[in-house]
Design a protein around this ligand. Structure first.
Ligand SMILES: [Zn+2]
Length: 442
């Protein structure tokens, strides 16, 4: 998923809809029993069990996954700088002002009531230019890099096809959002407050329609039929008061080798989906552990809480726009041909300021998500009671997420708990749920 400024809101929408657990290869034999003698008899040693799980990953695989994940830290920066450079270019060369003039001429020919169409025309031009300017980085990040690390399954043609579809979706969705947004920006003195409200409502609308109208553009969703898997999952759902009668399977293997599952949608469209890589590569206890986690998101209403959390950040972001936009226009408006907040030609300025804001907010966004993920982990352990399954899945996720980061690194860059944190959590659950005399092993 692209993290650039232009795609940020959609990235946020999609991130929200895929509060996902994911993973890849299968590990080998189990480590020996980590048992510690205490006064009360043999006792399960959480630290030793965690270390034993982590030691199952061969050093070369660990180095590879660390390199992939740490490369992502730098991509955050390159994405931000690249996007910022593209936006500044569009402003400095006067392209934004020219696009605005062309769009308003076009819309003007259609009559005054169709002013919103001018916004859509402008957006179509700007988004096309920005997408072209960002394309080299997008190809590296989304295609070559994913293949280099063995995470991608698509050849270039189908990959490009998905990019074109995503372009179409963003063109339409942002076109609607911007038409609404500019209507507000032009009318109200408190544009930042009304603007953030429109954005949050739109985010909710996006979360509502995405599972039904957007995700099926990229993948095929079927109902899980295999009774040996469906039975235990639905039983787990019933035991936790979840009113679902179906579990969906997504053909994620079309794009990726990653194992995953997610809860998506809000209100009537909420559903639990697992991907076909998960079905193919994981044992039933592992699948149950993952499903317990996803049900945690569902029961704990994480989609709604996620919207509330993002809503708060969006209001704050618009407040930042309110403080910074006028100053930027006073200083550079003449050069850029931007007259004020209601001027379409100023959209790249707003995007640039929002890109700065969300770049700085990366640790906050990641931590908000990671805290929910840890809650879902705990819920999943209690619901599925498969700590070893959970630990095995955490190792599989370690194929593309650094397994054992430092605490600060985890806080800043991780939107899910690290493999070490998850395994430790699972082993602690195991220790506290075992009779003191039972030295059961991972
Ligand atoms: Zn999750």
């Amino acid at each position: 998923m692209r993290r650039g400024g232009t795609c940020l809101l959609v990235a946020i929408v999609l991130a929200l809809q895929s509060l996902s657990v994911a993973a890849a290869t299968s590990p080998v034999a189990d480590p020996a029993a980590p048992v510690q003698e205490t006064a009360g008899g043999p006792r399960f040693d959480v630290a030793a069990a965690t270390a034993a799980y982590l030691a199952k990953v061969p050093p070369d695989k660990k180095a590879r996954s660390d390199a992939y994940f740490e490369g992502g830290y730098w991509l955050l920066l390159w994405d931000f700088l690249w996007t910022a450079a593209a936006l500044v270019l569009v402003l400095r060369l006067g392209w934004s002002a020219a696009m605005r003039a062309r769009a308003e001429r076009l819309a003007g020919g259609l009559g005054g009531k169709l002013r919103w169409l001018g916004t859509v025309f402008y957006w179509a031009q700007l988004f096309t230019v920005i997408t072209v300017l960002q394309f080299p980085l997008a190809v590296y990040e989304g295609y070559f890099r994913e293949h280099k690390y063995g995470l991608a399954t698509q050849t270039f043609g189908p990959w490009l096809g998905d990019q074109v579809k995503a372009f179409g979706v963003n063109l339409v969705m942002y076109g609607i959002l911007l038409a609404l947004l500019y209507a507000v920006l032009r009318r109200s003195r408190n544009w930042w407050l009304w603007g953030s409200l429109v954005s949050v409502l739109f985010l909710t609308f996006g979360a509502l329609i995405a599972p039904v109208y957007i995700f099926p553009l990229f993948n095929t969703f079927t109902k899980l039929e295999d009774q040996a898997i469906r039975g235990p999952i639905l039983s787990l759902a019933r035991a936790n008061g979840i009113a679902v009668n179906d579990v969906y399977v997504m053909d994620a293997s079309r794009q990726t080798t990653r194992v995953g599952a997610n809860v998506s949608g809000v209100m009537g469209t909420t559903r639990i989906t697992l991907n076909d890589n998960l079905l193919k590569r994981c044992s039933l206890p592992e699948i149950e552990a993952v499903m317990g986690h996803e049900m945690g998101h569902y029961v704990l209403h994480h989609n709604y809480k996620g919207i509330a959390f993002l809503g708060f950040l969006i209001v704050l972001g618009f407040a930042f726009l309110r403080m910074s936009f006028d100053g930027a226009v006073r200083r550079w408006g003449m050069t850029w041909g931007v007259s004020g907040i209601g001027d379409l030609a100023g959209l790249p300025v707003l995007m640039l300021l929002l890109a700065v804001y969300f770049f700085v907010m990366t640790p906050v966004l990641n931590s908000g998500t990671r805290i929910e993920e840890a809650e879902a982990d705990l819920f999943g352990l209690n619901a599925a009671r498969q700590p070893d399954g959970a630990a095995e899945v955490a190792l599989k996720l370690g194929e593309y997420r650094k397994l054992d980061p430092g605490p600060l690194e985890e806080m800043v860059f991780f939107d899910h708990p690290s493999g070490r944190s998850r395994i430790e959590m699972a082993m602690r659950f195991k220790a506290e749920n075992l009779p003191a005399t039972d030295p059961s092993t991972p």
